[in-house]
Design a protein around this ligand. Structure first.
Ligand SMILES: Nc1nc2c(ncn2[C@@H]2O[C@H](COP(=O)(O)OP(=O)(O)OP(=O)(O)O)[C@@H](O)[C@H]2O)c(=O)[nH]1
Ligand SMILES: [Mg+2]
Length: 308
């Protein structure tokens, strides 16, 4: 990652890293690493939403390597960054868009609870894909909320993408089908489908998402080629329950974690990546079109713990 991009990531994660580094600084009341310091460190890491397993792992390693020895903040942060990197490396996988041959258009279904950042992420993704020379169509599959379609149309204008939209309250699956037909006709590379985050209840949402998938398969058996679950980092541990629920509803193939810039709970990405063994394709670190970044384990880990 270039220096500029790394600096932007670091400032995006500033709240999370401040939370962690202050916690770590408070742990070392004596200069030597003793039981009290290790216990306090474990609590700090759990409180930072990093998950109990990672916390235990870091403490065990420090106990093994450093117990009774002198340790500085920087030593602890280095071990922490190292363990976070190791945990997150398996989750580092770009969204592989196969736009040649069979998978054309490459259909991406975007799901997640309301307000999590689905529509914004689609807009950002459209910009990124255009930058890679790909053609994109956006489908306003959130027919539940009238303003959702308008929001997607704005992103379409902003990124020069065609938007397929229908009437408010219309059938989301029918719209997705029409959008796929249009994308095929236009020989578009990627179709990004927005969905509603909330219907009247979870059973309704599940039925709608299942129907969207079923109808897409009528036009292309392999579609959707990716199902991205958008998770809002500011909800902290709740994101775990959301990942579980959506994983059960539709076959989620990868994650996007948004709003990492607005929270001290960025550590939750570590706990989720570890618990669900799903790739984290992108992270959102702001509201602008350029604030969606491919996820890179080491850069994320070092930014999170405030190292350069
Ligand atoms: N700071 C910050 N804000 C974000 C990020 N991603 C999305 N947002 C903001 O979060 C709010 C909700 O985003 P939407 O994209 O509308 O969320 P949604 O999941 O489509 O919501 P529904 O359509 O209600 O289901 C908007 O104000 C976005 O600008 C991010 O990475 N950082
Ligand atoms: Mg939306």
């Amino acid at each position: 990652m270039s220096n500029g991009l790394f600096a932007r990531l670091k400032s995006g994660l500033a709240r999370s890293s401040r939370n962690l580094t202050e916690g770590i600084a408070g742990v070392l009341t004596k200069r030597k690493l003793d039981d009290a310091a290790l216990d306090a460190l474990e609590e700090t890491l759990i409180a930072a939403d990093l998950g109990t397993r990672l916390a235990a792992q870091v403490v065990e390693r420090l106990r093994h390597e450093r117990f009774g020895k002198e340790a500085t903040d920087a030593d602890i942060r280095t071990v922490l960054a190292d363990e976070i990197t190791r945990t997150l490396t398996p989750a580092e996988a770009p969204l592989a868009i196969d736009d040649e041959g069979a998978a054309r258009p490459f259909v991406v279904l975007v799901v997640g609870v309301n307000g999590g950042g689905k529509t914004t992420t689609i807009g950002k993704l459209a910009k990124r894909l255009h930058g890679e020379g790909k053609s994109v169509i956006l489908a306003a599959g959130d027919t539940f909320r009238a303003a959702a379609t308008e929001q997607l149309i704005i992103w379409g204008e902003r990124t020069g993408s065609r938007v397929i939209a229908g009437p408010a309250g219309g059938d989301a699956a029918g719209l997705a089908f029409d959008a796929l037909a249009a994308a095929k006709k236009d020989k578009v590379d990627v179709l990004l489908i927005d969905t509603a985050g909330r219907l009247h209840n979870k059973a309704n949402l599940m039925a709608e998402l299942e129907k969207v998938v079923r109808v897409l398969k009528k036009a292309d058996l392999a579609a959707p080629h990716a199902v991205l679950l958008v998770l809002d980092a500011t909800v902290g541990q709740n994101a775990q329950a959301q990942a579980q629920a959506f994983g059960d509803m539709v076959g989620v193939t990868g994650l996007v974690m948004t709003k990492l810039d607005g929270t001290a709970k960025g550590g939750v990405l570590v706990a989720i990546a570890e618990a669900f063994k799903l790739p984290v394709h992108f992270i959102g670190i702001g509201e602008d079109a350029d604030d969606l970044r491919p996820f890179a384990a080491k850069d994320f880990a070092r930014s999170l713990v405030g190292l350069d």
